[in-house]
Design a protein around this ligand. Structure first.
Ligand SMILES: Nc1ncnc2c1ncn2[C@@H]1O[C@H](COP(=O)(O)OP(=O)(O)O)[C@@H](O)[C@H]1O
Ligand SMILES: [Mg+2]
Length: 285
């Protein structure tokens, strides 16, 4: 494949994964579309040990109301898991437990088989990066923002590394010297993503990352998520309010309702579900 811009879309299951590859050749500026079939055993995701394991994760409010009820699930390395469910169903709480923004009970959340409550919390947050609905950037340039994480380890990113991080987030090198003031929300979200990637995370948590973005920025972020899975082998867990988005980019979908998993399946299987919450999601999409 040439040094061309590659856009990926469409992922299918059943042991074979097909990616629609659109190459923009620099020489002739033409779009070349072809399908790239990759046997599952050749993919980075072919790793049986779960990257993240959740066992009987539960949470109640101080007044005893249920937020999460005995959640258990495994996510293998390189998988994109989409979490969907009504507002207040516990999606953000579940996500926040995975990098200890909310502290889970002991022996409920495991990263590479290790109980995350026994690991250094800063190292957990580096290995498990998070992106929120609204990007929060620091004042300064985009380069300053990218260097924030590394500077805490007394490291400085090379120019090449910063350009590479921006490229993953679909931004060009000219952004490095720009101030964050004046960026659109979509651009800010992509800078926030590049900044998270600067910590070299193994797992990415995304909490409704596109719900404040316009359709074009949304598509950019969706393509970026697929690229990160494919090129970096990242394990990605994202909360979405859009069933269409989940069906587009997730390998596995988890439907939450009232703090319980009511469905965990391949996105294309969701249509066969008889659960009323899933039926409502399908009808609304
Ligand atoms: N710290 C907290 N104290 C009390 N209730 C909370 C707290 N955090 C979340 N909740 C409640 O737990 C439920 C799930 O919240 P959340 O995980 O944010 O849901 P979702 O992201 O699916 O909308 C909501 O009813 C919310 O009000
Ligand atoms: Mg939420």
């Amino acid at each position: 494949m040439s040094q061309a811009m590659v856009q990926l879309s469409e992922v299918t299951g059943e042991g074979r994964h097909a990616y629609k590859v659109v190459e923009h050749e620099e020489e002739d500026n033409l779009e070349h579309v072809h399908l790239l079939h990759i046997p599952a055993e050749n993919l980075l995701i072919s790793n049986n040990a779960p990257k993240i394991s959740i066992r009987d994760l539960h949470r109640y409010t101080d007044s005893g109301d249920l937020i999460l009820s005995e959640i258990s699930l495994d996510i293998s390395a390189g998988t994109v898991l989409g979490i969907i469910g009504p507002s207040g169903s516990g999606k953000s709480t579940l996500l926040r437990a995975i990098n200890r923004l909310w502290e889970p009970a002991q022996a409920c959340v495991f990263l590479d088989g290790k109980d995350i409550t026994t690991l250094d919390v800063i190292s957990v947050r580096r290995r498990v990066g998070m992106l929120f609905q609204l990007p929060a950037l620091f004042d300064g340039t985009i380069a300053d923002n990218l260097n924030y994480g590394p500077s805490l380890k007394k490291e400085k990113l090379s120019h090449e590394k910063m350009v590479e991080l921006l490229r993953y987030a679909d931004l060009d090198a000219s952004f490095l010297s720009k101030s964050v003031v004046g960026l659109s929300v979509g651009q800010s979200q992509r800078v926030a993503l590049a900044r998270t990637l600067a910590n070299n995370p193994e797992v990415l948590l995304l909490d409704e990352p596109t719900s404040s973005l316009d359709p074009v920025s949304t598509q950019n972020i969706e393509e970026t998520i697929l690229n990160l899975k494919l090129q970096k082998g990242l394990t990605i867990i994202f909360v979405s309010h859009s069933l269409k988005q989940v069906q587009k980019i997730a390998d596995v979908v988890c439907v939450l309702a009232n703090g319980n998993i009511v469905e965990m399946t391949h996105p294309s299987e969701l249509q066969h579900s008889t659960h009323p919450v899933v039926r409502r999601l399908l009808e609304a999409s």
